[in-house]
Design a protein around this ligand. Sequence first.
Ligand code: NAD
Length: 542
Amino acid sequence: MPIDASPRTRIFVTDDVDPEGVELLTAESAFEVDVVPTLPPTELYQRIGEYDAFIGRSATKVSAELLSHASRLKVIGRAGVGIDNIDMSAATAMGIAVVNAPAGNTIAVAELFFGSVLSLLRKLPAAAASMTDGRWDRSDLLGSELCGRTLGIVGVGRIGGEVARRARAFGMTVIGYDPYIGDERFQALQVRRVASLDALLPDADIVTVHVPLTDETRGMIGRRELSRLPGGAVVANLARGGIIDDQALLAALDAGTVRGAVLDVYVTEPLPADSSLRAATNVVLTPHIGASTVEAQRNVAVDVCAAVRDMMLHGELSRSINLATVSGRPWEQLQPGLLLAQRAAAIGRALLVDRGVPVVRRITLRAGTDLAGEGSALLSAAALGALERVVAGERLNLISARAIAEGRGIELAVGDAARNEEPTSIEVTISGGMESVIVSGVVAPGGVVRLTQIGGFRVDVAPRQALIILTNNDVPGVIGHVGTLLGVAGVNIAEYHQARLSQGGEALAAIAVDGIIDDDLRQRLLELPDVRSATILDFRGA
Ligand code: NAD
Protein backbone atom coordinates (compact mmCIF):
# COMPACT_ATOMS: atom_id res chain seq x y z
CA MET A 1 0.00 0.00 0.00
CA PRO A 2 2.74 2.57 0.73
CA ILE A 3 4.24 4.34 -2.22
CA ASP A 4 7.68 2.83 -2.69
CA ALA A 5 10.63 5.06 -2.00
CA SER A 6 13.50 3.80 -4.11
CA PRO A 7 16.98 5.29 -3.82
CA ARG A 8 16.35 6.85 -7.22
CA THR A 9 13.15 8.72 -6.46
CA ARG A 10 13.17 11.63 -8.90
CA ILE A 11 11.28 14.83 -8.18
CA PHE A 12 10.51 17.50 -10.77
CA VAL A 13 10.00 20.99 -9.32
CA THR A 14 8.83 23.81 -11.56
CA ASP A 15 6.95 27.16 -11.65
CA ASP A 16 9.36 28.88 -9.21
CA VAL A 17 8.29 26.98 -6.12
CA ASP A 18 9.88 28.77 -3.14
CA PRO A 19 13.40 27.41 -2.36
CA GLU A 20 12.62 27.01 1.34
CA GLY A 21 10.20 24.23 0.41
CA VAL A 22 12.55 22.66 -2.13
CA GLU A 23 15.24 22.44 0.56
CA LEU A 24 13.08 19.93 2.44
CA LEU A 25 13.45 17.63 -0.57
CA THR A 26 17.12 18.21 -1.38
CA ALA A 27 17.92 17.46 2.27
CA GLU A 28 16.79 13.85 1.70
CA SER A 29 19.47 11.60 0.26
CA ALA A 30 16.77 9.31 -1.16
CA PHE A 31 15.67 12.03 -3.60
CA GLU A 32 17.11 13.40 -6.79
CA VAL A 33 15.51 16.83 -7.23
CA ASP A 34 15.49 18.80 -10.50
CA VAL A 35 14.37 22.43 -10.29
CA VAL A 36 13.29 23.49 -13.75
CA PRO A 37 11.72 26.73 -15.08
CA THR A 38 8.12 26.52 -16.35
CA LEU A 39 8.35 24.55 -19.59
CA PRO A 40 6.14 24.60 -22.69
CA PRO A 41 3.86 21.50 -22.74
CA THR A 42 5.69 19.65 -25.51
CA GLU A 43 9.02 19.91 -23.71
CA LEU A 44 7.41 18.78 -20.48
CA TYR A 45 5.84 15.75 -22.23
CA GLN A 46 9.33 14.58 -23.18
CA ARG A 47 10.70 14.87 -19.65
CA ILE A 48 7.88 13.95 -17.29
CA GLY A 49 8.25 10.20 -17.86
CA GLU A 50 11.50 10.17 -15.86
CA TYR A 51 9.94 11.43 -12.63
CA ASP A 52 8.17 9.97 -9.60
CA ALA A 53 6.86 13.28 -8.26
CA PHE A 54 5.92 16.63 -9.77
CA ILE A 55 5.63 19.87 -7.82
CA GLY A 56 4.42 23.09 -9.42
CA ARG A 57 2.17 26.09 -9.05
CA SER A 58 -0.58 27.24 -11.38
CA ALA A 59 1.54 28.01 -14.48
CA THR A 60 1.97 24.38 -15.56
CA LYS A 61 -1.21 22.68 -16.72
CA VAL A 62 -1.23 19.07 -15.55
CA SER A 63 -3.49 17.81 -18.31
CA ALA A 64 -4.57 14.28 -19.16
CA GLU A 65 -2.18 14.49 -22.09
CA LEU A 66 0.76 15.37 -19.85
CA LEU A 67 -0.19 12.53 -17.49
CA SER A 68 -0.32 10.09 -20.40
CA HIS A 69 3.45 10.64 -20.67
CA ALA A 70 3.97 10.31 -16.90
CA SER A 71 4.42 6.56 -16.57
CA ARG A 72 6.37 6.74 -13.27
CA LEU A 73 4.49 9.56 -11.61
CA LYS A 74 3.07 8.84 -8.16
CA VAL A 75 2.45 12.29 -6.69
CA ILE A 76 1.46 15.72 -8.00
CA GLY A 77 2.12 18.53 -5.52
CA ARG A 78 0.44 21.90 -6.03
CA ALA A 79 2.09 24.74 -4.13
CA GLY A 80 -1.16 26.61 -3.57
CA VAL A 81 -4.81 25.77 -3.09
CA GLY A 82 -6.43 25.77 -6.55
CA ILE A 83 -6.32 22.52 -8.42
CA ASP A 84 -8.16 23.73 -11.52
CA ASN A 85 -4.93 23.33 -13.52
CA ILE A 86 -4.80 19.60 -12.70
CA ASP A 87 -6.91 16.96 -14.47
CA MET A 88 -8.07 15.30 -11.26
CA SER A 89 -10.00 12.46 -12.85
CA ALA A 90 -7.05 11.48 -15.05
CA ALA A 91 -4.71 11.59 -12.05
CA THR A 92 -7.12 9.57 -9.89
CA ALA A 93 -7.70 6.96 -12.57
CA MET A 94 -3.94 6.54 -12.83
CA GLY A 95 -3.55 6.22 -9.04
CA ILE A 96 -1.53 9.42 -8.81
CA ALA A 97 -1.96 11.21 -5.50
CA VAL A 98 -2.66 14.94 -5.69
CA VAL A 99 -1.70 17.09 -2.76
CA ASN A 100 -2.13 20.85 -2.36
CA ALA A 101 -1.37 23.47 0.25
CA PRO A 102 -4.74 24.85 1.17
CA ALA A 103 -3.89 26.91 4.21
CA GLY A 104 -0.66 28.72 3.42
CA ASN A 105 -2.13 31.68 1.56
CA THR A 106 -5.22 32.35 3.66
CA ILE A 107 -3.88 35.47 5.35
CA ALA A 108 -2.50 36.83 2.09
CA VAL A 109 -5.93 36.71 0.44
CA ALA A 110 -7.71 38.09 3.50
CA GLU A 111 -5.31 41.03 3.64
CA LEU A 112 -5.64 41.70 -0.11
CA PHE A 113 -9.40 41.84 0.30
CA PHE A 114 -9.09 44.80 2.70
CA GLY A 115 -6.36 46.41 0.61
CA SER A 116 -8.53 46.26 -2.51
CA VAL A 117 -11.77 47.34 -0.85
CA LEU A 118 -10.06 50.26 0.89
CA SER A 119 -8.42 51.18 -2.43
CA LEU A 120 -11.86 51.29 -4.01
CA LEU A 121 -13.58 53.17 -1.17
CA ARG A 122 -10.73 55.67 -0.70
CA LYS A 123 -9.96 55.94 -4.46
CA LEU A 124 -6.32 55.13 -3.81
CA PRO A 125 -5.36 54.26 -7.41
CA ALA A 126 -6.68 57.65 -8.62
CA ALA A 127 -5.14 59.46 -5.64
CA ALA A 128 -1.71 57.92 -6.28
CA ALA A 129 -1.92 58.58 -10.04
CA SER A 130 -2.93 62.22 -9.47
CA MET A 131 0.09 62.77 -7.25
CA THR A 132 2.42 61.18 -9.79
CA ASP A 133 0.90 63.52 -12.39
CA GLY A 134 1.76 66.54 -10.27
CA ARG A 135 -1.81 67.31 -9.19
CA TRP A 136 -3.39 67.91 -5.72
CA ASP A 137 -7.03 66.83 -6.29
CA ARG A 138 -8.39 66.50 -2.79
CA SER A 139 -11.95 67.44 -3.67
CA ASP A 140 -12.24 64.60 -6.21
CA LEU A 141 -11.04 62.07 -3.72
CA LEU A 142 -13.81 62.00 -1.16
CA GLY A 143 -14.10 58.40 0.00
CA SER A 144 -16.15 56.35 2.43
CA GLU A 145 -15.42 54.12 5.42
CA LEU A 146 -15.76 50.49 6.34
CA CYS A 147 -16.76 51.25 9.92
CA GLY A 148 -20.45 50.72 10.54
CA ARG A 149 -21.04 48.90 7.25
CA THR A 150 -22.27 45.32 6.93
CA LEU A 151 -20.04 42.77 5.24
CA GLY A 152 -21.75 39.72 3.75
CA ILE A 153 -19.37 36.77 3.44
CA VAL A 154 -20.37 33.89 1.18
CA GLY A 155 -18.27 30.87 2.19
CA VAL A 156 -17.03 31.12 5.78
CA GLY A 157 -14.08 28.75 5.36
CA ARG A 158 -10.42 29.53 5.89
CA ILE A 159 -10.27 32.81 3.97
CA GLY A 160 -13.85 33.85 4.74
CA GLY A 161 -13.09 33.33 8.44
CA GLU A 162 -9.94 35.46 8.38
CA VAL A 163 -11.81 38.19 6.49
CA ALA A 164 -14.51 38.07 9.20
CA ARG A 165 -11.96 38.46 12.01
CA ARG A 166 -10.36 41.47 10.36
CA ALA A 167 -13.71 43.03 9.45
CA ARG A 168 -14.64 43.18 13.11
CA ALA A 169 -11.47 45.13 13.82
CA PHE A 170 -12.70 47.68 11.25
CA GLY A 171 -15.95 48.04 13.17
CA MET A 172 -18.05 46.22 10.58
CA THR A 173 -21.08 44.04 11.19
CA VAL A 174 -20.44 40.63 9.66
CA ILE A 175 -23.05 38.25 8.29
CA GLY A 176 -22.27 34.98 6.58
CA TYR A 177 -23.79 32.28 4.43
CA ASP A 178 -22.22 28.83 4.34
CA PRO A 179 -24.55 25.82 4.51
CA TYR A 180 -21.67 23.37 5.00
CA ILE A 181 -20.23 24.47 8.32
CA GLY A 182 -21.55 24.23 11.87
CA ASP A 183 -23.06 26.95 14.05
CA GLU A 184 -20.04 26.83 16.40
CA ARG A 185 -17.76 28.29 13.75
CA PHE A 186 -20.16 31.19 13.15
CA GLN A 187 -20.34 31.78 16.90
CA ALA A 188 -16.56 31.64 17.36
CA LEU A 189 -16.09 34.15 14.53
CA GLN A 190 -18.97 36.30 15.78
CA VAL A 191 -20.57 36.16 12.37
CA ARG A 192 -24.37 36.29 12.18
CA ARG A 193 -25.47 33.26 10.25
CA VAL A 194 -28.03 33.70 7.48
CA ALA A 195 -29.90 30.76 6.04
CA SER A 196 -29.57 31.56 2.36
CA LEU A 197 -27.76 33.72 -0.13
CA ASP A 198 -31.03 35.49 -0.80
CA ALA A 199 -31.28 36.40 2.87
CA LEU A 200 -27.73 37.76 2.93
CA LEU A 201 -27.86 40.03 -0.10
CA PRO A 202 -30.33 42.77 0.98
CA ASP A 203 -28.29 43.44 4.15
CA ALA A 204 -24.81 43.42 2.63
CA ASP A 205 -23.17 46.76 1.91
CA ILE A 206 -20.20 44.74 0.72
CA VAL A 207 -20.58 41.15 -0.47
CA THR A 208 -17.52 38.97 -0.87
CA VAL A 209 -17.33 35.38 -2.10
CA HIS A 210 -14.84 32.92 -0.61
CA VAL A 211 -16.19 29.64 -1.97
CA PRO A 212 -14.58 27.12 -4.31
CA LEU A 213 -15.66 27.17 -7.95
CA THR A 214 -18.11 24.26 -8.28
CA ASP A 215 -21.21 23.57 -10.35
CA GLU A 216 -23.15 25.01 -7.43
CA THR A 217 -21.15 28.24 -7.12
CA ARG A 218 -20.51 29.00 -10.81
CA GLY A 219 -22.52 32.15 -11.53
CA MET A 220 -24.05 32.10 -8.02
CA ILE A 221 -24.03 35.92 -8.04
CA GLY A 222 -25.77 36.90 -11.27
CA ARG A 223 -28.23 39.56 -12.40
CA ARG A 224 -30.97 38.55 -9.97
CA GLU A 225 -28.63 38.40 -6.96
CA LEU A 226 -26.98 41.74 -7.79
CA SER A 227 -30.40 43.35 -8.00
CA ARG A 228 -31.13 42.24 -4.41
CA LEU A 229 -28.16 44.18 -2.99
CA PRO A 230 -28.84 47.48 -1.27
CA GLY A 231 -28.13 50.61 -3.36
CA GLY A 232 -24.44 51.54 -3.49
CA ALA A 233 -23.17 48.06 -2.59
CA VAL A 234 -19.69 46.80 -3.38
CA VAL A 235 -18.97 43.34 -4.74
CA ALA A 236 -15.73 41.38 -4.30
CA ASN A 237 -14.39 38.21 -5.89
CA LEU A 238 -10.95 37.08 -4.80
CA ALA A 239 -11.93 33.39 -4.99
CA ARG A 240 -12.31 32.10 -8.56
CA GLY A 241 -13.40 33.65 -11.85
CA GLY A 242 -16.99 32.85 -12.77
CA ILE A 243 -18.50 32.79 -9.27
CA ILE A 244 -19.78 36.30 -10.00
CA ASP A 245 -21.24 36.63 -13.49
CA ASP A 246 -19.05 39.23 -15.28
CA GLN A 247 -21.70 40.42 -17.72
CA ALA A 248 -24.28 40.90 -14.97
CA LEU A 249 -21.70 42.78 -12.89
CA LEU A 250 -20.75 45.05 -15.79
CA ALA A 251 -24.41 45.85 -16.40
CA ALA A 252 -25.01 46.63 -12.70
CA LEU A 253 -21.90 48.85 -12.56
CA ASP A 254 -23.05 50.60 -15.71
CA ALA A 255 -26.51 51.18 -14.30
CA GLY A 256 -25.00 52.37 -11.00
CA THR A 257 -26.99 49.84 -8.98
CA VAL A 258 -23.68 48.39 -7.81
CA ARG A 259 -21.27 51.09 -6.74
CA GLY A 260 -18.01 49.26 -7.27
CA ALA A 261 -16.23 45.94 -7.49
CA VAL A 262 -12.90 44.44 -6.57
CA LEU A 263 -11.75 41.47 -8.58
CA ASP A 264 -8.60 39.37 -8.40
CA VAL A 265 -9.75 36.39 -10.44
CA TYR A 266 -11.32 36.00 -13.89
CA VAL A 267 -12.98 33.39 -16.06
CA THR A 268 -10.12 33.73 -18.53
CA GLU A 269 -6.68 34.33 -17.10
CA PRO A 270 -4.73 36.34 -18.06
CA LEU A 271 -7.69 38.71 -18.44
CA PRO A 272 -7.77 39.61 -22.17
CA ALA A 273 -6.41 43.07 -22.91
CA ASP A 274 -9.72 44.08 -24.51
CA SER A 275 -11.93 42.77 -21.68
CA SER A 276 -14.77 45.18 -20.85
CA LEU A 277 -13.87 44.75 -17.19
CA ARG A 278 -10.65 46.67 -17.78
CA ALA A 279 -12.66 49.64 -19.08
CA ALA A 280 -15.20 49.65 -16.25
CA THR A 281 -15.16 52.52 -13.78
CA ASN A 282 -15.24 51.99 -10.03
CA VAL A 283 -13.39 48.72 -10.13
CA VAL A 284 -10.11 47.71 -8.60
CA LEU A 285 -8.68 44.88 -10.63
CA THR A 286 -5.63 42.88 -9.62
CA PRO A 287 -4.00 40.12 -11.70
CA HIS A 288 -4.70 37.11 -9.44
CA ILE A 289 -2.24 38.19 -6.77
CA GLY A 290 -4.24 36.94 -3.77
CA ALA A 291 -1.52 34.52 -2.79
CA SER A 292 1.36 36.65 -4.05
CA THR A 293 3.14 37.46 -0.85
CA VAL A 294 6.59 36.28 0.09
CA GLU A 295 5.12 34.69 3.22
CA ALA A 296 2.35 32.84 1.39
CA GLN A 297 4.67 31.49 -1.29
CA ARG A 298 7.03 30.23 1.37
CA ASN A 299 4.18 28.72 3.41
CA VAL A 300 2.63 26.84 0.50
CA ALA A 301 6.01 25.61 -0.79
CA VAL A 302 7.04 24.27 2.62
CA ASP A 303 3.61 22.74 3.12
CA VAL A 304 3.43 20.91 -0.21
CA CYS A 305 7.08 19.82 -0.28
CA ALA A 306 6.71 18.32 3.22
CA ALA A 307 3.59 16.46 2.07
CA VAL A 308 5.31 15.10 -1.07
CA ARG A 309 8.35 14.09 0.99
CA ASP A 310 6.15 12.18 3.47
CA MET A 311 4.28 10.45 0.65
CA MET A 312 7.42 9.35 -1.10
CA LEU A 313 9.27 8.26 2.05
CA HIS A 314 6.47 6.80 4.18
CA GLY A 315 3.49 6.24 1.87
CA GLU A 316 1.64 8.88 3.91
CA LEU A 317 -1.47 9.57 1.85
CA SER A 318 -3.59 11.48 4.33
CA ARG A 319 -2.86 14.79 2.61
CA SER A 320 -3.96 13.45 -0.76
CA ILE A 321 -7.08 15.20 -1.99
CA ASN A 322 -8.10 12.35 -4.25
CA LEU A 323 -8.21 9.92 -1.33
CA ALA A 324 -10.79 11.33 1.04
CA THR A 325 -9.92 10.98 4.72
CA VAL A 326 -11.82 13.29 6.99
CA SER A 327 -11.01 12.50 10.59
CA GLY A 328 -7.73 14.38 10.65
CA ARG A 329 -6.26 11.41 12.53
CA PRO A 330 -2.60 10.63 11.87
CA TRP A 331 -2.20 8.46 8.78
CA GLU A 332 -0.55 5.60 10.75
CA GLN A 333 -3.66 5.33 12.90
CA LEU A 334 -5.78 4.67 9.82
CA GLN A 335 -3.59 1.86 8.55
CA PRO A 336 -5.12 -1.05 10.50
CA GLY A 337 -8.66 -0.09 9.39
CA LEU A 338 -7.56 0.21 5.77
CA LEU A 339 -5.75 -3.12 5.99
CA LEU A 340 -8.80 -4.81 7.51
CA ALA A 341 -11.12 -3.46 4.78
CA GLN A 342 -8.68 -4.55 2.10
CA ARG A 343 -8.18 -8.06 3.53
CA ALA A 344 -11.87 -8.64 4.21
CA ALA A 345 -12.70 -7.70 0.62
CA ALA A 346 -9.91 -9.88 -0.77
CA ILE A 347 -11.20 -12.86 1.24
CA GLY A 348 -14.79 -12.25 0.14
CA ARG A 349 -13.76 -12.07 -3.48
CA ALA A 350 -11.58 -15.19 -3.28
CA LEU A 351 -14.46 -17.17 -1.76
CA LEU A 352 -16.78 -15.98 -4.51
CA VAL A 353 -14.27 -17.02 -7.17
CA ASP A 354 -13.96 -20.47 -5.62
CA ARG A 355 -17.74 -20.74 -5.76
CA GLY A 356 -17.55 -20.12 -9.49
CA VAL A 357 -18.52 -16.43 -9.38
CA PRO A 358 -15.55 -14.59 -10.92
CA VAL A 359 -17.07 -11.13 -11.32
CA VAL A 360 -17.68 -8.81 -8.37
CA ARG A 361 -20.74 -6.60 -8.88
CA ARG A 362 -21.13 -4.87 -5.55
CA ILE A 363 -19.01 -4.02 -2.50
CA THR A 364 -20.80 -2.88 0.65
CA LEU A 365 -18.89 -1.75 3.69
CA ARG A 366 -20.19 -1.00 7.17
CA ALA A 367 -17.85 0.54 9.72
CA GLY A 368 -18.06 0.91 13.50
CA THR A 369 -18.29 4.33 15.14
CA ASP A 370 -14.52 4.75 15.55
CA LEU A 371 -13.95 4.26 11.83
CA ALA A 372 -17.17 5.61 10.34
CA GLY A 373 -15.64 9.01 9.45
CA GLU A 374 -13.21 7.24 7.16
CA GLY A 375 -15.90 5.48 5.14
CA SER A 376 -14.62 6.78 1.85
CA ALA A 377 -11.02 5.74 2.42
CA LEU A 378 -12.12 2.35 3.80
CA LEU A 379 -14.26 1.79 0.74
CA SER A 380 -11.24 2.56 -1.44
CA ALA A 381 -9.28 -0.02 0.52
CA ALA A 382 -12.08 -2.57 0.11
CA ALA A 383 -12.21 -1.90 -3.62
CA LEU A 384 -8.44 -2.35 -3.74
CA GLY A 385 -8.74 -5.70 -1.95
CA ALA A 386 -11.52 -6.90 -4.24
CA LEU A 387 -9.70 -5.87 -7.40
CA GLU A 388 -6.20 -6.94 -6.55
CA ARG A 389 -4.95 -9.76 -8.73
CA VAL A 390 -7.82 -9.29 -11.19
CA VAL A 391 -6.81 -5.92 -12.56
CA ALA A 392 -4.02 -6.15 -15.07
CA GLY A 393 -2.31 -3.32 -16.85
CA GLU A 394 -3.85 -0.59 -14.67
CA ARG A 395 -2.26 1.38 -11.87
CA LEU A 396 -4.19 0.00 -8.94
CA ASN A 397 -3.69 1.54 -5.53
CA LEU A 398 -5.69 3.26 -2.78
CA ILE A 399 -6.06 6.39 -4.91
CA SER A 400 -7.32 4.73 -8.07
CA ALA A 401 -9.21 1.72 -6.66
CA ARG A 402 -12.64 3.35 -6.36
CA ALA A 403 -12.48 4.95 -9.80
CA ILE A 404 -11.34 1.66 -11.36
CA ALA A 405 -14.05 -0.29 -9.52
CA GLU A 406 -16.73 2.16 -10.63
CA GLY A 407 -15.34 2.09 -14.16
CA ARG A 408 -15.85 -1.69 -14.15
CA GLY A 409 -19.46 -1.29 -13.10
CA ILE A 410 -18.89 -2.38 -9.51
CA GLU A 411 -21.43 -0.74 -7.23
CA LEU A 412 -19.94 0.67 -4.03
CA ALA A 413 -21.81 1.49 -0.86
CA VAL A 414 -20.77 2.49 2.62
CA GLY A 415 -22.77 2.71 5.82
CA ASP A 416 -22.56 2.53 9.60
CA ALA A 417 -22.29 -0.73 11.52
CA ALA A 418 -25.12 -1.73 13.83
CA ARG A 419 -24.99 0.01 17.23
CA ASN A 420 -24.06 -3.16 19.10
CA GLU A 421 -21.00 -3.82 16.90
CA GLU A 422 -17.47 -3.06 18.11
CA PRO A 423 -16.49 0.59 17.45
CA THR A 424 -13.51 -0.64 15.41
CA SER A 425 -15.43 -3.25 13.43
CA ILE A 426 -15.66 -3.42 9.66
CA GLU A 427 -18.02 -5.63 7.71
CA VAL A 428 -17.48 -6.05 3.99
CA THR A 429 -20.02 -7.76 1.75
CA ILE A 430 -18.83 -8.80 -1.67
CA SER A 431 -21.55 -9.72 -4.13
CA GLY A 432 -21.58 -11.16 -7.62
CA GLY A 433 -24.26 -12.97 -9.54
CA MET A 434 -26.72 -14.33 -7.01
CA GLU A 435 -24.03 -14.89 -4.35
CA SER A 436 -22.80 -12.70 -1.50
CA VAL A 437 -20.08 -13.26 1.05
CA ILE A 438 -19.80 -11.31 4.28
CA VAL A 439 -16.39 -10.96 5.91
CA SER A 440 -16.04 -9.00 9.15
CA GLY A 441 -13.25 -8.11 11.50
CA VAL A 442 -12.09 -5.70 14.15
CA VAL A 443 -9.03 -3.63 14.75
CA ALA A 444 -7.92 -5.09 18.08
CA PRO A 445 -5.78 -3.18 20.63
CA GLY A 446 -2.30 -2.50 19.30
CA GLY A 447 -3.71 -2.09 15.78
CA VAL A 448 -3.90 -5.85 15.20
CA VAL A 449 -6.38 -6.86 12.51
CA ARG A 450 -8.57 -9.85 13.50
CA LEU A 451 -11.21 -11.52 11.39
CA THR A 452 -14.42 -12.27 13.26
CA GLN A 453 -16.71 -13.63 10.56
CA ILE A 454 -16.22 -15.41 7.26
CA GLY A 455 -19.44 -16.20 5.43
CA GLY A 456 -21.87 -17.59 8.00
CA PHE A 457 -19.10 -18.67 10.39
CA ARG A 458 -17.84 -16.88 13.50
CA VAL A 459 -14.05 -17.00 13.62
CA ASP A 460 -11.26 -15.29 15.51
CA VAL A 461 -8.04 -15.22 13.59
CA ALA A 462 -5.38 -12.68 12.62
CA PRO A 463 -4.34 -13.21 9.00
CA ARG A 464 -0.57 -13.61 8.48
CA GLN A 465 1.44 -14.13 5.28
CA ALA A 466 -1.20 -16.50 4.02
CA LEU A 467 -4.67 -17.54 5.07
CA ILE A 468 -6.24 -20.87 4.26
CA ILE A 469 -10.01 -21.06 4.40
CA LEU A 470 -11.15 -24.67 4.38
CA THR A 471 -14.67 -25.95 4.42
CA ASN A 472 -15.07 -29.53 5.51
CA ASN A 473 -17.52 -32.03 6.93
CA ASP A 474 -17.67 -31.75 10.71
CA VAL A 475 -16.19 -35.19 11.44
CA PRO A 476 -13.26 -36.22 13.66
CA GLY A 477 -9.75 -36.24 12.21
CA VAL A 478 -9.81 -33.39 9.69
CA ILE A 479 -7.73 -31.01 11.80
CA GLY A 480 -5.13 -33.77 12.30
CA HIS A 481 -4.89 -34.49 8.57
CA VAL A 482 -4.55 -30.80 7.70
CA GLY A 483 -1.92 -30.23 10.42
CA THR A 484 0.13 -33.21 9.27
CA LEU A 485 -0.01 -32.20 5.61
CA LEU A 486 1.07 -28.61 6.32
CA GLY A 487 3.77 -29.80 8.76
CA VAL A 488 5.26 -32.15 6.18
CA ALA A 489 5.21 -29.29 3.65
CA GLY A 490 7.15 -27.10 6.11
CA VAL A 491 4.32 -24.60 6.56
CA ASN A 492 4.05 -23.26 10.10
CA ILE A 493 0.52 -22.79 11.48
CA ALA A 494 0.20 -19.54 13.46
CA GLU A 495 -3.51 -19.84 14.28
CA TYR A 496 -6.13 -22.49 13.47
CA HIS A 497 -9.72 -21.52 14.12
CA GLN A 498 -12.38 -24.17 13.55
CA ALA A 499 -16.03 -23.11 13.40
CA ARG A 500 -19.21 -25.00 12.62
CA LEU A 501 -22.85 -24.22 12.30
CA SER A 502 -24.15 -27.52 13.68
CA GLN A 503 -22.65 -30.80 14.79
CA GLY A 504 -21.93 -33.06 11.83
CA GLY A 505 -22.73 -30.35 9.29
CA GLU A 506 -20.45 -28.03 7.37
CA ALA A 507 -17.46 -26.62 9.20
CA LEU A 508 -15.04 -23.86 8.29
CA ALA A 509 -11.43 -23.52 9.30
CA ALA A 510 -9.53 -20.24 9.08
CA ILE A 511 -5.84 -21.11 9.24
CA ALA A 512 -3.26 -18.33 9.42
CA VAL A 513 0.12 -19.62 8.28
CA ASP A 514 3.68 -18.41 7.77
CA GLY A 515 4.72 -19.64 4.36
CA ILE A 516 3.45 -20.07 0.86
CA ILE A 517 0.59 -22.30 -0.15
CA ASP A 518 1.18 -23.13 -3.79
CA ASP A 519 -1.30 -24.78 -6.17
CA ASP A 520 0.14 -28.21 -5.53
CA LEU A 521 -0.30 -27.91 -1.76
CA ARG A 522 -3.83 -26.57 -2.22
CA GLN A 523 -4.60 -29.57 -4.42
CA ARG A 524 -3.32 -31.95 -1.74
CA LEU A 525 -5.49 -30.14 0.87
CA LEU A 526 -8.50 -30.65 -1.37
CA GLU A 527 -7.69 -34.37 -1.66
CA LEU A 528 -7.82 -34.86 2.13
CA PRO A 529 -10.86 -36.82 3.32
CA ASP A 530 -13.90 -34.67 4.13
CA VAL A 531 -12.36 -31.39 2.86
CA ARG A 532 -14.90 -29.66 0.60
CA SER A 533 -13.08 -26.50 -0.48
CA ALA A 534 -9.79 -24.74 0.08
CA THR A 535 -9.42 -21.02 -0.59
CA ILE A 536 -5.95 -19.55 -0.33
CA LEU A 537 -5.15 -15.90 0.31
CA ASP A 538 -1.57 -14.79 -0.17
CA PHE A 539 -1.06 -11.50 1.68
CA ARG A 540 2.63 -11.11 1.02
CA GLY A 541 3.12 -7.63 -0.43
CA ALA A 542 -0.58 -6.73 -0.08
P1 NAD B 1 -12.22 26.74 2.20
O1 NAD B 1 -12.47 25.40 1.65
O2 NAD B 1 -11.52 26.87 3.51
O3 NAD B 1 -13.59 27.54 2.32
C1 NAD B 1 -14.57 27.51 1.34
C2 NAD B 1 -15.91 27.59 2.05
O4 NAD B 1 -16.93 27.70 1.07
C3 NAD B 1 -16.23 26.33 2.87
O5 NAD B 1 -16.50 26.69 4.21
C4 NAD B 1 -17.47 25.77 2.20
O6 NAD B 1 -18.36 25.20 3.12
C5 NAD B 1 -18.06 26.99 1.54
N1 NAD B 1 -18.95 26.70 0.44
C6 NAD B 1 -18.81 25.75 -0.53
N2 NAD B 1 -19.86 25.81 -1.38
C7 NAD B 1 -20.66 26.81 -0.93
C8 NAD B 1 -21.88 27.34 -1.38
N3 NAD B 1 -22.49 26.86 -2.47
N4 NAD B 1 -22.43 28.36 -0.69
C9 NAD B 1 -21.83 28.87 0.41
N5 NAD B 1 -20.66 28.39 0.89
C10 NAD B 1 -20.09 27.37 0.23
O7 NAD B 1 -11.45 27.53 1.05
P2 NAD B 1 -10.52 28.82 1.21
O8 NAD B 1 -9.12 28.41 1.44
O9 NAD B 1 -11.15 29.77 2.15
O10 NAD B 1 -10.58 29.39 -0.28
C11 NAD B 1 -11.75 30.06 -0.74
C12 NAD B 1 -11.59 30.44 -2.20
O11 NAD B 1 -10.48 31.31 -2.37
C13 NAD B 1 -11.36 29.27 -3.14
O12 NAD B 1 -12.11 29.47 -4.32
C14 NAD B 1 -9.91 29.39 -3.49
O13 NAD B 1 -9.64 28.83 -4.75
C15 NAD B 1 -9.74 30.89 -3.50
N6 NAD B 1 -8.36 31.36 -3.36
C16 NAD B 1 -7.97 32.40 -4.15
C17 NAD B 1 -6.67 32.86 -4.07
C18 NAD B 1 -6.21 34.01 -4.91
O14 NAD B 1 -5.05 34.06 -5.27
N7 NAD B 1 -7.07 34.95 -5.22
C19 NAD B 1 -5.77 32.25 -3.18
C20 NAD B 1 -6.23 31.23 -2.36
C21 NAD B 1 -7.52 30.78 -2.45
